[in-house]
Design a binder for this molecule. Structure first.
Ligand SMILES: [Zn+2]
Length: 320
């Protein structure tokens, strides 16, 4: 009887083990097959993850320098965004400079602004133009939808610090912390990777250069739009304001150079009114208005972390 019971116990134990094994295999197989389904349903978030993974692969898989890899990845990510969300805008250019066309990068600082940025984006879209917006982390948090509009218009977002502190007056750890907070805020709302930085006030120092792990893009042409912005109780007459606007427009149209990095601020109406005339005029004259990363990529120019760029980007760097 005891022998019989032992046999029964052995058989039952074996059965339990077999069933357990079958259960584990079945569970593993089902979790594997449900993965693609999860990806399809999760939408934007997963798409962004895929992009990030792709970017990491590109960066680690290439023999080219990290900066070149990052530039390529940035272009890829932005092209995908444009295709998905803003079909009316042509994809970000991947063309190389052919030696004849003239290109300029337009850059807008301190925004986004709830009243001006969308209007600037409309001017850019209407002229098949793009730009780089150097935005403040605190403004990204305040106006997330405008940041999304920037990206959906095929434009680039860079960091301009969190709250426009003068970095030359900060310690290295304060700079790193502020920059990190800014980048995090912008990336969270834009869904893109921040690859460029513009210094508030253009204030530079050795500590600043050593503390910033992004290319530092200044400008090669200052429109001085900030000096002529229209104030609430502006003492200028309407005709004087118009004369100031016209002076900014004419000076830029007469002196803009190939590869120029143009500084403006999408925070005031003066800037918008300047853009409304300058951008169509340049495009009509054969210019292409692009983002900073596009300008650099088409000239095979590497943008290196901790390096300050304040000259027109036009010298092609030979790549092997
Ligand atoms: Zn600024």
């Amino acid at each position: 009887m005891r022998k019989r019971n032992n046999k029964l116990v052995t058989i039952l134990s074996a059965l339990v083990i077999i069933l357990s094994v079958i259960f584990v295999i079945a569970h593993f197989a089902s979790s594997k097959s449900s993965k693609p389904k999860d990806n399809t349903n999760a939408g934007t978030t997963v798409t962004q993850q895929d992009k990030t993974e792709k970017e990491e692969t590109e960066n680690s898989g290439t023999k080219a320098s990290v900066t070149t890899g990052a530039t390529t990845a940035a272009t890829t990510a932005k092209t995908e965004t444009v295709t998905e969300k803003a079909a009316a805008i042509p994809p970000v250019t991947t063309e190389k400079y052919d030696g004849t066309a003239r290109y300029a990068a337009f850059t807008f600082d301190d925004g986004p602004s709830p009243t001006i940025t969308n209007e600037v984006l409309k001017v850019l879209r209407d002229n098949n133009a793009r730009a780089t917006f150097f935005i403040l982390g605190q403004n990204a948090k305040a106006y997330p939808n405008i940041v999304k509009n920037i990206v959906n218009s095929g434009c680039e977002v860079g960091s301009h610090s969190y709250s426009h502190k003068n970095y030359a007056k900060l310690t290295s750890s304060e700079i790193k912390s502020d920059l990190s907070n800014s980048v995090k805020a912008i990336e969270e709302v834009s869904g893109t990777t921040v690859r460029l930085f513009r210094l508030p006030y253009g204030s530079k120092s050795d500590t600043v250069k050593q503390s910033i792990n992004l290319p530092i893009i200044l400008w090669s042409y200052d429109t001085r739009d900030w000096a002529y912005k229209i104030k609430k109780n502006d003492k200028r007459s309407a005709s004087q304001i118009e004369a100031d606007r016209k002076a900014i427009v004419n000076k830029l149209l007469n002196s803009i150079r190939d590869g120029e990095i143009v500084l403006m601020h999408d925070m005031n109406k003066m800037t918008l009114d300047v853009c409304k005339e300058v951008i169509p005029a340049l495009v009509k004259d054969g210019w292409k208005i692009v983002s900073v990363s596009e300008l650099a990529a088409m000239r095979d120019k590497e943008l290196k972390s901790g390096t300050i760029y304040s000259m027109p980007i036009k010298d092609a760097k030979k790549t092997s």
